[in-house]
Design a protein around this ligand. Structure first.
Ligand code: GDP
Ligand code: MG
Length: 172
């Protein structure tokens, strides 16, 4: 089986890093500067279970200028052309307005969504375990409303990515 996986989320959550890690080569430019990814980029991963065609998108955010509007339109356009969406968020901080803005958009789509909590490698440096609980709960609320499964991973270390691929493969 095979299918298109759209990677969406607000800028800088690690969408391009995830795609590069999974595909095993540098296709997408990663950068701490928002909106480095201006077009949809594709990368293919073939496993014994499935073939995944990942579609990286520019970050979705409330646009403040003309170029921003085009980039957001592109990302939203990608939603309707894929089989599964991974809504990526920064799992080292609580859910914010940007994540809720995208969640709002996704309530209108029939495409299955997986909520991907990235950057869990940063959690070990959080001072108290309570912080992790607060963060998890903020995303759990987003996911529960819409019945989205949650995957937790690190796009840089690769921790948790096998489970993400299992979730994706089960839905193709
Ligand atoms: P995008 O805008 O969503 O495509 O985000 P990028 O992939 O360009 O990554 C934004 C920044 O976050 C870069 O500095 C990445 O190195 C960093 N980053 C991405 N994924 C992770 C992760 O899992 N852990 C950590 N610690 N940093 C990450
Ligand atoms: Mg990017």
């Amino acid at each position: 089986k095979s299918g298109f996986i759209g990677i969406i989320g607000r800028p800088n959550v690690g969408k391009s890093t995830l795609m590069n890690h999974l595909v095993g080569q540098k296709i997408a430019i990663t950068s701490p500067v928002a909106q480095t990814t201006r077009n949809r980029l594709r990368g293919i991963l073939t496993t014994p279970e499935a073939q995944f065609i990942f579609v990286d998108t520019p970050g979705i955010h409330k646009p403040h200028h003309q170029l921003g509007k085009v980039l957001v339109k592109n990302a939203i356009g990608a939603i309707s052309t894929v089989d599964i969406l991974v809504l990526m968020v920064d799992g080292s901080v609580e859910a914010g307005g940007g994540d809720r803005f995208i969640t709002e958009i996704l309530t209108q789509t029939k495409t299955p969504v997986i909520l991907g909590l990235n950057k869990i490698d940063l959690r070990s440096s959080l001072s108290r375990s309570r912080d992790v609980e607060v963060i998890d709960r903020s995303y759990q609320e987003l996911a529960d409303n819409l019945n989205w499964p949650i995957a937790k991973f690190s796009a840089t270390t690769g921790e948790g990515l096998p489970d993400l691929l299992t979730l994706l493969g089960d839905r193709l």
